[in-house]
Write a protein that binds this ligand. Sequence first.
Ligand SMILES: C[S@@+](CC[C@H](N)C(=O)[O-])C[C@H]1O[C@@H](n2cnc3c(N)ncnc32)[C@H](O)[C@@H]1O
Length: 250
Amino acid sequence: MSDYASVFRDAAAAARYDEEVFAAGGWAAEVDRRQRARLRRWVGEAFPPGSRPVQHDFACGSGRTLAMFEGLVAGAHGYDTSATMLARARRRLPGAALHLIEEGVPAEPVRAGAPVLVTAFRFLLNAPAEARVAALSFAALALPDPSSGYLLVENHGPRGSLRAVGRRRHRGQRWFAELSHGEVADLLGRHGFAIVDRFGFALAPAGTYSRGWSRPLAQVLDAVSDRVPHAAIATDVVYVARRFDSTYNL
Ligand SMILES: C[S@@+](CC[C@H](N)C(=O)[O-])C[C@H]1O[C@@H](n2cnc3c(N)ncnc32)[C@H](O)[C@@H]1O
């Protein structure tokens, strides 16, 4: 099992993810709050009235992204390699169907109706190459053609954002990765997906929310930027993608 997958099997790490990474008022919680508002609106715009999608959330963890769309979907399925994270998701979302999957074994989306919304949040950035391929192969299976629905992918470490200011300080640190918009587009393109839209959810880097002096500045910057499109230079981006090629060879 990769280091990345094994980290989240640990109960203390899983608790830290929910309670420290997503602590109220911190960068991740604020991004989550803005994502929730914008993406719930987006679901209403993307899927015609009366056709609520079935959500398949790859690497669902403790259920954050399933919770984001609660009440808007016709079914909610979460897939993850960590029983620890899934136990947390089960407590949060008793109505969701949660599936323990095995790293290295291709995961099959449950056939549960159409249209389909596949989500993969806070995953691509730090996951090893094979796990990225597994996520997108899963998405391609769930979304066999352009009319099947949409894929939403979060990049919580875009290159070319203010996050780069902290790059030197984080050099050598295990979890400081960067992923450019071009790299995400290439990865998706190799699995038959084209990015059709993208949303930015912050301009300030995460660290600015954890220091007393910079937090108010970061909050103002992000509140203002939330009103204008800023995905190109955002520190958190969600891409909207559709299949362009149903002949992609899995
Ligand atoms: C950073 S968490 C993200 C959780 C959730 N998507 C969110 O946005 O809050 C990453 C999750 O990926 C899961 N994971 C790691 N490797 C995986 C793999 N190869 N396949 C599926 N899930 C994996 C971990 O168990 C963990 O729950």
